[in-house]
Design a protein around this ligand. Structure first.
Ligand code: HEC
Ligand code: HEC
Length: 404
């Protein structure tokens, strides 16, 4: 009965669930029902079933599939337009840094896919944007994109728990709210060394309270003018949950548009799965969100400083493969300059003796046609239609994005 009703309401739309059913449900009866478009009511259900609310998986291909368009929010922080509006201004406002010179957007800029084209980030005291950023405190890691981080932790079935949503290369935070707090408190990223870690959130709250426009924005978002660490991080997280890029060519293909991928990209998708990449890069986010130890090269800047990044017991989290067209260089320390280099990394190390983790990878001496196809497929996971708007001004009247 459930299958019958799914097939019926799909009659009224061109949705991909129907195509899947067409393959699996052999009943001619169901299709006849469809043609007659028996129930008007079902078209309403069709709308809700086919408006990209749920992932659509590619059959038999290791749980890779499309992303939904709306991420879940935690029960204690439902996403509202007012919170997103406030969170966006906070994201851009350098008033949240100790020295008022750096904002979240300094390192996560829409012109660079909400990441930056720089191997290792530069925090407090730095100036310039992306590859032109210089001076300041060197962060020991590459900045990942904020796009789709609302889906971090999505399992291979498409389920997400926003309060159990791993953040950072070593998974040390578990939600966007917690992540935002850690970066505001970090001396190298935003706090600087003039205000202590214990005091910083109080200082930031008071700074915001002194600005009438922020009092009114917090009132609109939370119902009164109280400003504290919890509300600041909740508003930023709500804004981040609005930064979704879920209409890549691959997503359109998974939802049923057979022409959305080129033949080369489809060959690349098959090669990606056959090589075993989806052992770790699976689910709609193309990540298992687990920690792995891969033989990633050392970054010379860190070697020179004598810095050894221990990660999480020497392991780093599988990154999503979405939107990589915008976020070169790659790996936790930015040591692979191009997407081709990042793919070739696996070709170089696919000797099982070199890495236990990659023992089941079938990717040695791959021909250039296959490499081209895999590269083309990974580009098809990027969606350029995300929100790139930059506020003209922020309530502090400081420069939006800080010293960039
Ligand atoms: C100095 C540059 C810099 C600034 C400023 C900065 N970030 Fe980041 N961000 C990074 C780097 C580098 C990482 C990775 C760090 C790690 O994994 O240890 C990161 C990681 C993240 C992640 C985790 C993404 C993932 O998939 O794991 C999120 C979310 C994020 N930042 C949001 C923010 C927000 C919100 C702000 C402002 C409150 C901010 N960042 C400010 C550089 C920066
Ligand atoms: C054992 C799990 C595993 C397998 C199998 C695997 N990867 Fe990865 N991948 C990772 C991890 C973990 C990282 C991050 C490593 C680091 O920075 O320390 C990564 C990083 C990447 C990156 C860089 C992404 C970024 O944002 O920096 C690309 C591209 C990539 N993998 C593609 C592939 C391809 C193509 C294959 C198959 C040939 C593959 N991976 C197989 C776990 C895996």
């Amino acid at each position: 009965m459930a299958q019958l009703s799914v097939a019926m309401f799909c009659c009224f739309s061109n949705c991909s669930q129907f195509q899947l059913l067409n393959k699996t449900v052999s009943s001619v009866f169901l299709r006849k029902m469809c043609m007659k478009k028996l129930l008007l009511l079902t078209s309403l259900i069709a709308l809700s079933a086919c408006n990209n609310d749920t992932p659509v998986f590619i059959e038999d291909d290791n749980n890779i599939g499309s992303l939904p368009s709306i991420p879940p929010s935690p029960e204690n922080n439902p996403t509202t337009d007012e919170k997103v509006k406030l969170g966006k201004l906070l994201f851009w406002d350098p008033i949240l840094s100790g020295n008022k010179d750096i904002a979240c957007a300094s390192c996560h800029h829409p012109n660079h896919g909400y990441a930056e084209n720089l191997d290792l980030s530069i925090g407090v005291g730095g100036s310039g944007l992306s590859e032109n950023r210089h001076g300041g405190k060197l962060i020991h890691r590459n900045a990942p994109t904020i796009l789709n981080t609302a889906f971090n932790g999505m399992d291979e079935d498409g389920a997400v728990d926003p309060l159990n949503s791993p953040m950072f290369w070593d998974k040390r935070a578990n939600s966007l709210e917690e992540q935002a707090l850690l970066v505001l408190q970090s001396d190298v990223e935003m706090r600087g060394d003039t205000i202590s870690e214990d005091d910083i959130m109080q200082v930031l709250s008071e700074r915001l309270l002194n600005i009438a426009e922020y009092r009114s924005l917090f009132n609109n978002a939370f119902g009164d003018e109280t400003i504290n660490a919890e509300r600041i991080t909740q508003a930023i997280a709500a804004f981040e949950r609005s930064l979704i890029a879920s209409n890549s060519p691959f997503d359109l293909y998974a939802r049923g548009d057979e022409n959305a991928l080129t033949d080369q990209q489809i060959r690349g998708m098959d090669a990606f799965v056959e090589a075993g990449c989806a052992q770790c890069h699976d689910g709609p986010m193309f990540s298992d969100f687990e920690l792995h130890q891969l033989p990633v090269k050392e970054n010379a800047k860190l070697v020179q400083l004598g810095v050894v990044d221990e990660g999480n017991e020497k392991r780093f989290r599988t990154p999503s493969l979405r939107n990589l067209s915008f976020t070169a260089p790659y790996m936790h320390n930015g040591t692979e300059a191009t997407l081709r280099d990042a793919i070739l990394f696996y070709d170089d190390i696919a000797n099982p003796g070199n890495s236990e983790e990659l023992a089941n990878l079938n990717f040695d001496d791959v021909d250039s046609e296959t490499l081209d196809a895999i590269e083309a497929f990974i580009h098809a996971l990027s969606d350029d239609s995300f929100d790139k708007s930059i506020p003209q001004t922020v309530p502090s009247n400081l420069k939006p994005g800080g010293n960039i």
